[in-house]
Each structure stands twice: as structure tokens, then as C-alpha cells.
Design a binder for this molecule. Structure first.
Ligand code: B12
Length: 227
């Protein structure tokens, strides 16, 4: 097990590798992380994803532009490829099904992919619709799979508005589905206003929120009351 000092060094190098879009550095330090038994989740969230947060700030300050961002994302994914297979899977493998995607008009999918990964290792079966997903596709996929959860991501204030429509479409066809929202412009208040059942700010608490929502759905089912 890496010492705290070494852990910090590994995380710093992972984050820096993403920020400096240095794929080789990210690959090397992802391998170091595994060799030194650093928890893969720690390396992903506090190394790679933390680096992407810095990238977001650089973009906001107009120090980075689209080409840099895309290269940073490539570096992040290079690390994910190495670390993801080593995430500790939940022993429960049938927690439920989730349909996930980024809503129509929105191509941001880095955050959505992290959430997907968390559901995956959290024991859920995930149906990923990708990004820029036509709004009606969410309702169709929910009906096709009978998933208990639909998770929507939006990274722009404009596309966020589509989430409300998706919630209406799904609830009309099937009220017993829990819908959760996330993405930078979304807040718990927005989620509530749109009629969603759940919200999570980050990948760290998304699965817990989903488990809570499923618990509530099943309680309602058992009591014969529909929501
Ligand atoms: C990367 C990025 C891009 C990349 C996207 C690459 C990709 N494949 O995703 C590229 C370069 C393509 C891009 C394009 C554009 N972008 Co952009 N982009 C960003 C940037 C810099 C970082 C986003 C990111 O990946 N963060 C890292 C991840 C890990 O964090 P995250 O996405 O927030 O996800 C976490 C949480 O939000 C949450 N979460 C996310 N989804 C979900 C879903 C659920 C269910 C749950 C529970 C949780 C959850 O958990 C995640 C993990 O912890 C942000 C700036 C910023 N500071 O956020 C702008 C930003 C989102 N972009 C913006 C804009 C305007 C654009 C463009 C219109 C720019 C342009 N003029 O061309 C285009 C839009 C194209 C389109 N139609 O979608 C604006 C949006 C402004 C707004 N309020 O609407 C931002 C905020 C920048 C800014 N300040 O102006 N962008």
C-alpha cells in the first residue's frame, strides 16, 4: 500500500497528466497506481477527474480552448482504460437497470461516462444511450428495458431544459420510474422543479442516491400505491 506521501505524488501526476494532455504520463502513473495498490477509485476520482476539473477552470478562464480540452479528455480516457478494470465491483450484481445519456443538443459526456462507470461497478445493468440523445429516445429505451432508473446528464443551461420534457414523457408512460438528474448547471432545486426523483452532484454520491430511489420505488410497489 502506498504511503500518504506517495499517494499524493501519484494523484498529482495523474491530475497533471490530464491537465497537460500528456497521455504517456497518465498511462505511466495509472500503472504505478495499480502496482502500488492504490485504490483505482481514488486514482480515478482524485487523480484523473480532479485534473479534468482544473481543465474546466482553464477553459472558463479562456486559457484552454476546444482542441486542448479534447486532448485532455483523451488523456483522461487513457488512464480510465487502465484503471477501470481494477475498480472493486459491488458483490451485489443485480441492483437494477439504469438508462443513461446526455440530453439532445449536448455533446458533453465526460461526466456522464464517470457516472455510468459508477453504476456499472455499483452492480447495476447500464444501458448507455450516449450523448446528444433525442429526448423521446429515453422514454423508448425505458419501456424497452423496463429499467427502474433513468439518469439524465446536461452540461448546458439550454439543453438542461430538455430534461423536464423527458421527465414528463417518461412519467406519462410509466409513473413507476425513478428519474435522476445531474450535470454542472443542474442543482437539487432544479431537479425538484422539473419533477425528478433524484439528483447527485458528482460521481461520488450518484449510486447512493440511486439505491435510495429504488428503495422508495419498491416500498411503493409493495404497498400497492403508485407514485
Ligand atoms: C469538456 C468541455 C467541452 C468538450 C466536451 C467533450 C466531451 N466529450 O464531453 C467540448 C470541447 C466538445 C465542449 C464543447 C462545447 N462546450 Co463545453 N465544456 C467543457 C468543460 C470545459 C468541462 C466539462 C467536463 O467534462 N467536466 C469534467 C466532468 C468530470 O465534470 P462534469 O461534466 O461536471 O460531471 C460531473 C457532475 O456534473 C456530475 N454529473 C454529470 N452528469 C451527470 C448525470 C447524472 C445522472 C448525475 C447523477 C451526475 C452527473 O457527475 C460528474 C462526475 O463527478 C465545461 C466547463 C466546466 N467548467 O464545466 C465546458 C462547458 C460545459 N461548455 C460550454 C459550452 C458553451 C460549450 C460549447 C457551446 C462551446 C462552443 N462555443 O462551441 C460547445 C457545446 C457543444 C454541444 N452542442 O454540446 C459551457 C456551458 C455554458 C452553459 N451554462 O450553458 C461550459 C460550462 C463552459 C463555459 N463556462 O462557458 N465542451
Amino acid at each position: 500500500m502506498a504511503s500518504e506521501e506517495r499517494r499524493q505524488e501519484i494523484l498529482k501526476n495523474l491530475s497533471e497528466g490530464v491537465v497537460e494532455y500528456n497521455e504517456d504520463q497518465v498511462k505511466e502513473w495509472s500503472t504505478n497506481a495499480l502496482d502500488e495498490n492504490l485504490d483505482a477509485y481514488d486514482a480515478i476520482m482524485n487523480g484523473l477527474a480532479a485534473g479534468m476539473e482544473i481543465v474546466g477552470d482553464l477553459y472558463d478562464r479562456q486559457e484552454y480552448f476546444v482542441p486542448e480540452i479534447l486532448m485532455c479528455a483523451d488523456a483522461l480516457y487513457a488512464g480510465l482504460d487502465i484503471l477501470k478494470p481494477h475498480l472493486k465491483k459491488e458483490s451485489i450484481s443485480d441492483r437494477g437497470q439504469v438508462v443513461i445519456g446526455t440530453v439532445q443538443g449536448d455533446v458533453h459526456d465526460i461526466g456522464k461516462n464517470l457516472i455510468k462507470m459508477m453504476f456499472d461497478v455499483g452492480g447495476f445493468t447500464v444501458h448507455d444511450l450516449g450523448r446528444d440523445v433525442p429526448l423521446e429516445k429515453f422514454a423508448e429505451e425505458q419501456l424497452r428495458t423496463d429499467a427502474e432508473i433513468v439518469a439524465l446528464s446536461a452540461m448546458m443551461t439550454t439543453t438542461m431544459m430538455g430534461m423536464k420534457k423527458v421527465i414528463q414523457m417518461i412519467k406519462e408512460k410509466n409513473p413507476n420510474v425513478a428519474i435522476m438528474l445531474g450535470g454542472a448547471p443542474v442543482t437539487r432545486d432544479v431537479a425538484k422543479l422539473f419533477g425528478a426523483d433524484g439528483y447527485a452532484e458528482s460521481a461520488g454520491n450518484a449510486v447512493q442516491e440511486a439505491i435510495k430511489m429504488i428503495g422508495q420505488l419498491r416500498k411503493l410497489d409493495a404497498s400497492g400505491v403508485s407514485n
